[in-house]
Ligand binder design. Structure first.
Ligand code: S3P
Length: 440
């Protein structure tokens, strides 16, 4: 996928101003392609994220015989083949950097009549897959993995699956979704219960595609034996991409940004609560419904921040936003304590270690704990950091550079293309100039 080494340089800048629409939601884009592919009929997806992760998912379905047109950027027309219509892929299915792609596909492919193999890039090949292999095995699936439950995943297929009643050991929308997707193909009822509610896009989108499903905060149940009916999907702007601009505009004096049509699903917006508790000035305007999802325009103005103890109850609702929060906390007055966030250690990188190491290199006093960190806000110095190939760490360090004493050089940023290929362009449009030099 991303072969070329890309390093960035970020430096202090003037105020960020303007109106931006960040790209489409990654979680929704993955699911839209999956359900549209398995539906009867033709679905149009607008606002589709043109990122490497979501394109890899679309490619997977093309490889399995689904015709997907791209009439314009961020638009897909998917000719669904029906629940039983996928064809055996001639080669391993490459999920790239995408944990969502691999874990959801594992559930879906477990229900097929054919054998398949899921592979991923270096980062994805280190991510834990037992969390999906074990419940899927309870449903009757047979999935082989490398020692430690690591990819590639070899999915036998051709097994009759049975529904299960499963309580997840960790709060994970990906695991929940993998089980529900296998449940579409299973005999009887599949029920999942979560230790803490997570994003419910799979449940909501299954209902939109006309699959009978019941769900509430922290649980969902469905039965096999129905059909998905094609429908059009409008993807809202990704809160996780907006998050970088929320933090950047908060930190840089004189800033005022409007972020348009941002998805406001409450299972995604924990960072908003955290930043507001720290003193941020972020207001919601024009709250509305966009294709069944709540969206709003977010108006963010500069405000000084103070450290907080991040409430454990909102950790799952901001799980992808911790790299950005680390930077907000580093620039805040006082101490920020994060706990209950051990999952950060198994994301695209070990985000606690990568952010702590990088911020320490920029002069911030920060202690790592097994499930979080204690961050003492202070002056961010210039220096060199390594994003470890993690898109969200790279963009977060870029924000640190905005308020540093001098330049911050960020190594290994190519994977920003997995979720936010236009980050530097959009940043430049509101006055945040990034130098995105190729090579070293
Ligand atoms: C996602 C769920 C979360 C999140 C990831 C996307 C999804 O992962 O971190 O970026 O689309 O379901 P977990 O389910 O592993 O927490």
């Amino acid at each position: 996928m991303t072969a070329e080494r890309v390093d960035w340089t970020s430096a202090p800048s003037g105020p960020l101003r303007g109106e931006l629409r960040v790209p489409g939601d990654k979680s929704i884009s993955h699911r839209a392609v999956m359900f549209a592919s398995l539906a009867d009929g033709v679905s149009r997806i607008t606002g589709f994220l043109e990122g490497e992760d979501t394109r890899a998912t679309a490619r997977a379905f093309v490889q399995m015989g689904v015709s997907i047109e791209a009439p314009a950027a961020s638009e897909r027309i998917v000719h669904g083949v029906g629940l039983q219509g996928l064809r055996v892929p001639a080669a391993p299915v490459d999920c790239g950097n995408a944990g969502t792609g691999m874990r959801l596909l594992a559930g879906l492919l477990a229900g097929q009549q054919f054998e398949s193999t899921l592979i991923g890039d270096e980062s994805l090949s280190r991510r834990p897959m037992r969390r999906v292999i074990e419940p899927l095995a309870l449903m009757g699936a047979s999935i082989g993995a490398e020692p430690g439950g690591l990819p590639p995943l070899r999915i036998a297929g051709g097994r009759g699956l049975r529904g299960i009643d499963y309580t997840l050991p960790v709060a994970s929308a990906q695991v929940k979704s993998a089980i529900l997707l296998a449940g579409l193909y299973a005999n009887g009822e599949t029920r999942v219960t979560e230790p803490h509610p997570t994003r419910d896009y799979t449940e909501r989108m299954l209902a939109t595609f006309d699959w009978p499903i019941e769900f509430g905060a922290g649980w969902a149940k469905l039965s096999g034996g129905h059909r998905l009916r094609a429908t059009d999907v409008v993807v809202p702007a990704d809160f996780s991409s907006a998050a970088f601009f929320l933090v950047a505009a908060t930190l840089v004096p004189g800033s005022e940004l409007v972020l348009q049509a941002v998805g406001m699903n409450p299972r995604r917006t924990g960072l908003l609560q955290a930043l507001q508790a720290m003193g941020a000035d972020i207001r919601l305007g024009n709250a509305r419904d966009l294709g069944g999802e709540a969206v709003a325009d977010l108006v963010v103005r500069h405000a000084p921040l103070r450290g907080i103890d991040v409430p454990v109850e909102i950790v799952a609702d901001m799980i992808d936003e911790f790299p950005a929060l680390f930077v907000a906390a580093a620039a805040a007055g006082g101490t920020t304590r994060i706990s209950g966030a051990a999952e950060l250690r198994v994301k695209e990188s070990d985000r606690i270690a990568v952010m702590a190491k990088g911020l320490r290199a920029l002069g911030i006093d920060i202690e790592e704990t097994p499930d979080g960190a204690v961050i003492h806000g202070g002056r961010i110095e210039s220096g060199e950091v390594d994003s470890a190939g993690d898109h969200r760490c790279a963009m977060s360090f870029a924000i640190a550079g905005l308020v540093a004493r001098g330049q911050v050089r960020i190594g290994d940023c190519a994977n920003v293309a997995t979720s936010f290929p236009d980050f530097a362009t959009l940043a430049g449009r509101c006055g945040f100039e990034l130098n995105t030099a190729q090579g070293k």
